[in-house]
Write a protein that binds this ligand. Sequence first.
Ligand SMILES: Cc1cc2nc3c(=O)[nH]c(=O)nc-3n(C[C@H](O)[C@H](O)[C@H](O)COP(=O)(O)OP(=O)(O)OC[C@H]3O[C@@H](n4cnc5c(N)ncnc54)[C@H](O)[C@@H]3O)c2cc1C
Length: 452
Amino acid sequence: MGINGTYHDTIKSIISQHDRVHNEESDCLCHLEGQIGDCACSVDVVDQFNNVKLYPRLRSLLSKDYFRFYKVNFQRRCPFWEEDGRCSMKTCHVKMCHEGDVPPGLRENLTVEDEVLISKSHDCEKESDTDTELGHLNMTISPDVYKGFELWQAYDEDNFSVYPDEDGEAQYVDLLLNPERFTGYKGKAAHRIWKAIYLENCFWSQAPLELNNLCLEKRVFYRVISGLHASINIHLSANYLFGKRSRVFLTQQPNDEWGRNAAEFHRRFSPTYTKGLGPQWLKNLYFLYLVELRAVAKVAPYLKNESFYTGNNEEDRETKIAVSDMLKIVDSFKYHFNESALFDGGGQTADDLKKEFRYRFRNVSRIMDCVGCQKCKLWGKLQVQGLGTALKILFSGKFDSMSTEIQKNRANSTLIDLKPPQLARSEIVSLFNAIGRLSNSIYEIEQLKRMI
Ligand SMILES: Cc1cc2nc3c(=O)[nH]c(=O)nc-3n(C[C@H](O)[C@H](O)[C@H](O)COP(=O)(O)OP(=O)(O)OC[C@H]3O[C@@H](n4cnc5c(N)ncnc54)[C@H](O)[C@@H]3O)c2cc1C
């Protein structure tokens, strides 16, 4: 065979390889359509609403100071097993900031211990995740961890997630400096976490194909966890670190190290590689989005009175306007999830079922302390707390009477003194960032579709 023959064979083989990837990827995405299930809404309707209306607003809102600083305690001990090593790769590392980086209004609430911790931490670590040096993380356990656990035990019965990280060892993290993306956390350690969540805490001993045989509440529990799992895996595919050898997959930004990896997305969600389950996992992500969207809609009357205080008047005013704009958009959505269909009777009494649901979800939130990669732990805790806040808004009953009061108030055109239930700042921040992550995932699916 001459030079031309070899050349043409090579081109033919590249084209057929490309066609194969193309068909397999289309195969994955063409299954993501139609009804989402357990709600009156389709994938198309959510895509249109999210990508055009909600996503751009949330993206801008979440860059505001009120929403970007989140307090986390990385020192809490895993309560279920001895930790089996931590990810010491630079991509797992979270950059802490010093006192001056935290807005003044949030700093005022710092305790003496916080001040000491902050002054001990490095200057705001602005270096890139890809720098070669990553110091070993000091994860020494102190008695404060145990204090935190006691606090959790005394924590409000209505809460679905554990006591927020507000104890002495918690530190503020700037979420914009620590984006959720590929970290390389995988293998036995990561599988152990997912397995513990699914097998021990998801009412989930049956094979996934029996999902339809579960009662609505148990199915909802499984679907929200699976949706969170899908969202995390979309983010690591959409914001992937390319090594030299895998650079060939980078189709959009050939000079960047970080970028969308359609092949990774395909491996994780195509029916071919997931025994046909990938598209359902993506639908679970849409379902979780609808659950959290409904929680935001339900708590909107309370959020309208929130000051979003950071101590910077101009910034706080802008945040309030942006939140109010976003809430109007959320209110305009016509196909909200109907939470009243849950816990309304059945074989097991509704109250018992709710208690069990709450107990299991708290376990999921405690499992986050077992995640060995610091950045995965940060976003895992944030999203689980956000989901816990959504579940509290939807199912604790506290926010039902508020909505009813407000509707009555509107109908009578009278002013009454509303005593709204309390949401802590960390609950509001985590709820908004959690829906922000899901909104971003849905947007990223659209981008990955375009790449194919
Ligand atoms: C809390 C947490 C946060 C993480 N955050 C990050 C991060 O920020 N960046 C990062 O790079 N990695 C992160 N990881 C790791 C990541 O989620 C994967 O575990 C890792 O990439 C290994 O992937 P895998 O292909 O082995 O399958 P895994 O994602 O580990 O899944 C294990 C098994 O679960 C099933 N499964 C997969 N997806 C779903 C789904 N959506 N619904 C139901 N079942 C499913 C499949 O059978 C799969 O084989 C995180 C892990 C955890 C536990």
